[in-house]
Design a protein around this ligand. Structure first.
Ligand SMILES: [Zn+2]
Length: 127
């Protein structure tokens, strides 16, 4: 996508989730993304940061799924299952689904190799 100089993008800053604006600095083959607080990224650095953010969030989801499994197991072990809301079988089925989702996500992360994995370092600071 080609942006006019200083045009806001729809991409959130990986550092603060603020709006990134695009700057070409007079070169059509170059683009710099800068957020409202001054985080600044070249295109390779932005891709690297977004890939890092993606991996972090995938692991965060796996963590939530692990916590759900632990909570549901506590529910079963402590006999909190209320048959009016969910049966023991419902809870056991949910535990299996949660375990399956976590395993699938783990396999996706471990198999994932983004092309931008060595794209560069993140720059920050005011422009
Ligand atoms: Zn920012």
């Amino acid at each position: 996508m080609l942006y006019r100089d200083g045009e806001p993008t729809s991409i959130a800053c990986p550092g603060c989730a603020g709006v990134l604006s695009a700057f070409t600095e007079g070169r059509e083959d170059f683009i710099r993304y800068v957020c409202t607080v001054g985080h600044s990224f070249s295109l390779p650095a932005l891709l690297y940061a977004k890939e890092d953010q993606f991996e972090y969030l995938m692991w965060a989801v796996i963590s939530v799924l692990a916590h759900l499994e632990m909570g549901y197991r506590d529910l079963l072990e402590r006999g909190y299952v209320d048959v009016a809301v969910a049966t023991r079988q419902d809870v056991e089925t949910r535990i299996e689904k949660v375990r399956t989702y976590a395993q699938l996500l783990r396999e996706l992360i471990e198999a994932d190799r983004p092309p931008a994995s060595e794209a560069g370092e993140i720059e920050s600071g005011a422009v």
